[in-house]
Design a protein around this ligand. Structure first.
Ligand code: AHR
Length: 522
């Protein structure tokens, strides 16, 4: 028996046995609650990339697709159901070449999108449309400002345009564009991947940019001066390259020595699940080996976070700075026939399992990881939703986000379990993964992922201190690891009700292979 401590918070203990038990004991310990699982870890990302915005969100006011002020209604309704806490926008690499004035007013400039297929950017979806979209889905703004090709003045003007209630020229312009009241901007990203597509900056160079942008890009909204203050997120590391240790060290040390005149509240981390960047896995028609390879890779997220969190702990032991995993998810080869610059991929049951494993990794580290954004929300990479003109389909990943809604802002509760192992070739993974949490109404929730694609598992569920009498909720599985929801067959992978059997004073849950399950325990 090997004891593994997951995460610096040490609130979760998993006992791993190497036997291949068909029954697994899972004990929830509500006596030792952990931190709040910030709802912002369920954040989304919408970049001007492929059909992420155009076609996916924006169809225009004159479209025959049902819309409100140009924003498609089917997508809005689907997103409302998963309670999206924030949407990062307008990029990504796009953000560092975006000039916000092109996207306001009656006349919109036609520009280029050199990062993503070199297509024409019509700018018909801009600042006011983004804020309207957030309003329609009930979400908060996470604006990524242009540090690559913009200026502090341009970014400061954008925030003045958005947030001041004083009758300045920029506020008058906002009013003329239909929104007299100031907007709320909750999160501000200061650049994107500045070590790469955002300008190939050295850590020291970026740190000096960070100080300037943090100082001058102000939020003037009176409602955000004492509460709901805007949180500034600095560019942090990306992936597991050695150079990123230096990056995190430099930014965190810089912050530790910071003066009154600048500050930050978050450090971003980008990490995609890719086994080989030069020969990416396919998102369709793959087998068990590719399933195991991708899940092995995705589980590296935990160690990566721990490495950077340990550096952050040195400079910020009180954990004032959040680690913001604002780009994560699976990145596969482009679908045959699609524009490679549009990053179109399918979304399978493998992605549902991958999503739950990552969300659990974040939840176990909720003391430091207080925000995350899956890439990307619609039609791009590991999306929630795919659209094709008037058609829309919800992906397996969408259903995972829907099932996890009870975990938003719930209090982490430790679980103990005999995880067992699942082996394919030379890859061995924990067979089962689980988290638990108590929501604000006192209800206890548990999520259990059965990673094993071949074997069902029977979970013996108990809670320390009380007798669990009932567990019921939903389970998501599929006929095969590569099962997808298509426009033709949209319901191949959808959640089904599940409930536990009461047996010998314990609850017993039968979980299908390759499944994600969320139940409330009473
Ligand atoms: O999500 C796609 C791209 O991946 C983003 O634009 C960039 O930040 C990252 O490299």
């Amino acid at each position: 028996m090997r004891k593994i401590l997951l995460g610096p918070a040490v609130v979760c203990v998993i006992f791993v046995t190497f036997a291949t038990a068909q029954r697994i004991e899972l004990t929830i310990d509500p006596s030792d609650p952990g931190p709040r699982i910030d709802r912002n870890i369920f954040g989304q990302f919408a970049e001007h990339l492929g059909n992420g915005i155009y076609g996916g969100i924006w169809v225009g006011r004159d479209s025959r697709i049902a819309n409100t002020r140009g924003i498609r209604s089917d997508v809005v309704n689907a997103l409302r159901a998963i309670k999206v806490p924030n949407v990062r926008y307008p990029g990504g690499c796009f953000a560092d070449e975006y000039h916000w004035r092109n996207g306001i007013g009656a006349e919109r400039a036609k520009t280029l999108n050199p990062n993503w297929g070199g297509v024409i950017e019509p700018n018909t979806f801009g600042t006011n449309e983004y804020m309207d979209f957030l309003h329609q889905i009930g979400s908060e703004a996470f604006l990524s400002i242009n540090v690559g090709t913009g200026t502090p003045r341009e970014a400061a003007d954008w925030l003045e345009y958005l947030t001041t209630d004083q009758p300045t020229d920029l506020a008058n312009l906002r009013a003329a564009n239909g929104h007299p009241a100031p907007y709320k901007i909750r999160f501000l990203g200061l650049g994107n991947e500045s070590w790469d597509c955002g300008g190939n900056m050295s850590p020291d160079y970026y740190l000096s940019q960070l100080k300037i942008y943090s100082r001058f890009v102000r939020n003037f909204n009176p409602a955000q001066q004492t509460s709901d203050q805007m949180l500034k997120i600095a560019v942090g590391p990306g992936g597991d390259e050695e150079r990123f240790t230096q990056w995190t060290e430099t930014i965190m040390k810089g912050w530790q020595d910071h003066k009154w005149s600048w500050d930050m509240q978050g450090l971003s981390l980008h990490n995609y699940t890719v086994v080989n960047w030069d020969k990416k896995h396919s998102s369709v028609n793959f087998g068990e080996t590719e399933y195991a390879e991708i899940l092995k890779k995705t589980l590296e997220m935990g160690d990566l976070i721990d490495r950077h969190a340990a550096i952050m702990d040195k400079y910020d032991p009180q954990k004032k700075i959040a680690l913001v995993v604002d780009e994560w998810g699976a990145w596969y080869a482009p679908l045959t026939g699609s524009n490679p610059g549009f990053l179109v991929q399918q979304n399978s049951q493998r992605d549902a399992v991958l999503a739950s494993l990552n969300l659990n990794i974040f939840a176990r580290r909720a003391d430091r990881v207080r925000m995350a954004n899956i890439a990307q929300m619609i039609n791009v990479l590991q999306s929630m939703i795919m659209t094709d003109k008037e058609k829309m389909v919800l992906t397996p990943t969408y259903y995972v986000f829907k099932m996890y809604v009870p975990f938003q802002d719930a209090i982490f509760v430790p679980v103990k379990l005999d995880a067992g192992t699942y082996t394919k070739g030379n890859i061995t993974l924990p067979r089962v993964d689980a988290i638990a949490a108590r929501d604000k109404n006192g209800k206890l929730w548990v999520e259990i992922t059965n990673v094993d694609p071949n074997r069902a598992v029977e979970i013996d569920l108990s809670t320390i201190g009380t007798t669990a009498r009932l567990a019921a909720g939903e389970t998501l599985t599929a006929p095969k690891v590569d099962s997808v929801n298509s426009f033709e067959k949209p319901n191949t992978v959808t959640p089904k009700p599940i409930s536990a059997k009461a047996q010998n004073g314990k609850l017993s849950l039968d979980l299908e292979p390759r499944s994600v399950t969320v139940v409330a325990v009473e």
